[in-house]
Write a new protein. Structure first.
Lengths: 358, 76
């Protein structure tokens, strides 16, 4: 599906990561593999450190900390928020929506459109699309998009496929109307027939959690996980990304008459270094133009990785001047989307740590 | 020992890869070893194996790896 938006712009970006940092080397003993094999994997995949919550921190905690920081520093006024979009796979509750929790905790006015979207690694693209649509309403002048996940709480620490790369984080993105802004072009695809490639099988209404769903089971590769945990079919996901994403990006560039050389940065979801470098090779762009360093510094925080990649790698440039960027998100659903847009100059582009209470 | 066998032996020294026709069926490589193998082959031959080719069938034995390298434009 091709989508176009006009007169919209991202005006500010904040990321929030837990202060708690774990190292892959310290966690290797949890995995049922030799240290030598794990260290080789560390080198290839880019596993090094990841930021995860250590206590019962919820998505709304990270989001509220981020938005309150923006209020306190005068970068965002609470009365200006016309819509609050929260994209998460780790809601505080099954009901009510986490956006309602955040609205209530922040004391936002009631003349507001709050909505949750259950999306993961394509969640930044999906959230921006929703924000652009809401901004077509004159009553809404400023949209706050929150991408947030605390998925480390749902990943088995003995699962070498997922645990070394998982990260927790939130981002707060402000989107507004901007007359004369360059058109934003996007493409989005979904395939629910491949929904089991990334899933948490238990805990919903289809399979409520009970003692049996908490039982750890060893898979054929020596990983231990339960039905309550995130399960990722790594081979299927890799194949999906290599098959679908280069074509999606290539088609979007071709349809918009954009040369890859004219794009300043390809900001993609950050599953691991190996996959991103293979993706860059397949798209035909240099590894420098497609940052792949978020997993090694922070871990993979689902829909937050694109804003993290922007803030971590391009903060100074984004504060100074517009960059032509191609965003690409891909993951659970399965869902894959790409967006060509001008990003910057931003009013703020900041990264903060979240300190947990003792 | 061939270059390919040397790379395989470095990844999993406990196995004799020259005697197997299917490294995955025989439990000698898993999906993460495959990633390591691709990375090592890329470096050894100065190539980037196409992401679409990174499937177990192309790495299941020495002959399959040789065929893939040939398709990738290098001499195994």
């Amino acid at each position: 599906m091709r989508l176009s938006y006009s007169d919209k712009a991202v005006t500010g970006l904040l990321t929030v990561v837990p202060a708690n940092e774990r190292s892959f080397v310290d966690e290797m003993a949890n995995f049922n593999f030799s240290p030598k094999r794990s260290l080789k994997l560390k080198e290839v995949m880019g596993y090094d450190r990841h930021r995860i919550v250590s206590g019962p921190v919820c998505s709304s905690d990270l989001a509220v900390a981020g938005i309150e920081h923006l209020f306190a520093s005068g970068k965002l006024q609470r009365e200006d928020i016309g819509a609050l979009i929260v994209v998460t796979q780790s809601p505080d509750y099954l009901m009510p929506a986490t956006s309602s929790v955040i609205q209530g905790r922040l004391g936002l006015h009631d003349d507001i459109f709050c909505i949750d979207i259950n999306q993961g690694c394509a969640g930044f693209i999906i959230g921006l699309m929703q924000a652009f649509m809401l901004l077509d309403q004159p009553a809404i002048g400023k949209v706050v998009l929150v991408n947030v996940d605390v998925m480390s709480r749902k990943v088995s620490p003995r699962d070498r496929n997922s645990y070394p790369l998982i990260g927790d984080a939130a981002s707060v993105t402000v989107i507004e109307r901007r007359a004369g802004a360059r058109p934003i072009e996007a493409s989005l695809k979904m395939d629910g027939t491949r929904r089991e490639a990334l899933m948490i099988p238990a805990g919903g209404f289809r399979r409520p959690s009970d003692a049996s769903t908490a039982e750890m089971v060893e898979d054929s590769e020596g990983n231990f996980r339960a039905l309550d945990n995130l399960i990722m079919d790594g081979s299927a996901v890799f194949n999906f990304v290599m098959t679908e994403v280069p074509e999606l990006i290539g088609d979007l560039l071709a349809q918009t008459g954009t040369q890859a050389e004219a794009v300043d940065a390809f900001l993609c979801h950050q599953p691991n270094r190996f996959m991103l470098q293979k993706l860059a090779d397949k798209v035909g762009v240099s590894h420098d133009k497609m940052p792949s360093n978020i997993v090694e510094h922070f871990g993979n925080s689902s829909g937050v990785t694109i804003p993290l990649a922007a803030a971590f790698n391009l903060r100074e440039q984004l504060l100074e001047r517009p960059l032509q960027v191609c965003l690409a998100g891909f993951g659970v659903g399965l869902t894959w989307g790409a967006m060509l847009m001008e990003l910057g100059p931003l009013e703020f582009c900041e990264m903060i740590d979240y300190e947990e209470d003792e | 020992m061939s270059k390919i066998l040397a790379i395989l032996a470095e990844i999993r020294p406990e196995f004799d890869f020259s005697q197997s026709h299917d490294f995955f069926e025989d439990g000698m490589l898993d999906s993460f070893d495959l990633v390591t193998l691709v990375s090592d082959l890329d470096k050894a031959y100065g190539i980037s194996i196409d992401g679409m080719d990174i499937v177990p069938d192309n790495f299941s034995n020495v002959g399959a790896i040789e065929a893939l390298l040939t398709r990738s434009g290098v001499t195994p």
